[in-house]
Design a protein around this ligand. Structure first.
Ligand SMILES: O=C(O)CCC(=O)C(=O)O
Length: 318
């Protein structure tokens, strides 16, 4: 197995640049065909430019949090269990986490080259750093979840997709991001929804042999280097891969797209298998035709049943 150089983790694809938008208006999503885009928020950059290690320590160093430790620097999500020899969640003060991320401690939990990620942590950590960064007024429906991310240089969030619309906002440091269309569902070899490590691709970008033999390198993909102040919109179910080139902080906002709410209402009105199929045909494909190949894929791999189960649970919660 040849290891791809970590500085070049995104150069194995033939990527195109992401479109940029000049304002986060209510119509910007539709105007871009519900596809990904980047927006630059100068206000965020002017706030975060002065954040250094001392600043992080003074504002959040005392907070006790769960830190994701990885022996090989990859940080997969999705349903566990994960190999405890490779991955561990460790409770620690963020001052310790910051020291570890910046190479200021030599003791370790798994291996001397392990990496650390404050991963999908509660969004109120951002309020402790700055109360005036708030993208929630730009989401077209209420934010379901706001997460805070603090990463070691070199961290890898492997290829996966989420069932939400997303703003990934870069606060400090640099991340390289790849984004594929859901039309690449089959080619990216995802674990089915509901299974162990669900929504995660089985393709490891460090495995050059697999990259070449799987054909993934020929799939069309967007690449973007996310810098402070930039907001990346990742639409529902668009697979993505994130590599933290430096020590980096981000916040992300997840919300339900309108079609999810429409499907839930349709389910409430007449929840038979036929009505579910019709709701999907009518409500999903009209607004997001790019989801067609993905839905065919999850019908084939069994993830569709798990997805409907989730939809029914959401419906009960409404
Ligand atoms: O920043 C990262 O490492 C991952 C972010 C991500 O996957 C997301 O916002 O959905």
């Amino acid at each position: 197995m040849n290891i791809v150089k970590t500085e070049n983790l995104v150069d194995w694809v033939k990527a195109k640049p992401l479109p940029k938008v000049s304002a986060l208006t209510p119509t910007v999503f539709e105007e871009n065909g519900f596809r990904p885009f980047v927006f630059e928020d100068q206000n965020i950059k002017s706030i975060t430019d002065s954040w250094d290690l001392d600043y992080y320590n003074s504002k959040i160093g005392h907070v006790n949090a769960q830190v994701y430790v990885s022996a090989d620097g990859t940080f997969p999500g999705g349903k566990g269990p994960y190999d405890p020899e490779k991955y561990r969640i460790v409770q620690m003060e963020l001052s310790e986490c910051l020291s570890r991320m910046n190479g200021l401690r030599s003791d370790f939990f798994l291996t001397p080259s392990e990496k650390y990620y404050l991963y999908q942590a509660p969004g109120d950590l951002l309020d402790k750093l700055s109360a005036s960064i708030d993208l929630s007024r730009h989401t077209p429906s209420p934010v379901g979840e706001r997460n805070f991310w603090l990463s070691s240089p070199g961290n890898i969030t492997p290829i996966h997709y989420d069932l939400n619309d997303n703003f990934l906002v870069q606060l400090s440091g640099v991340k390289q991001v790849l984004v594929w269309s859901p039309q690449c569902y089959e080619g990216l070899r995802f674990n089915p929804i509901g299974d162990t490590h669900d929504r995660q691709s089985r393709i490891n970008p460090k495995d050059e042999e697999l990259l070449n033999s799987s054909g993934v390198t020929t799939l069309p993909v967007y690449a973007h280097t996310l810098t402070p102040g930039q907001v990346l919109h990742i639409p529902f179910a668009w697979p993505h891969f994130v590599y933290s080139e430096t020590f980096a902080t981000s916040v992300n906002y997840w919300w339900d797209p309108q079609f999810v709410k429409d499907v839930i209402i349709a389910l409430q009105l007449s929840a038979t298998p036929e009505s579910v199929e019709m709701a999907i045909e009518d409500l999903v494909f009209k607004s997001r035709p790019d989801l067609r190949a993905m839905i065919t894929g999850i019908q084939r791999d069994g993830g569709f049943t798990a997805l409907l189960h989730n939809a029914f649970n959401k419906m009960k919660a409404v």
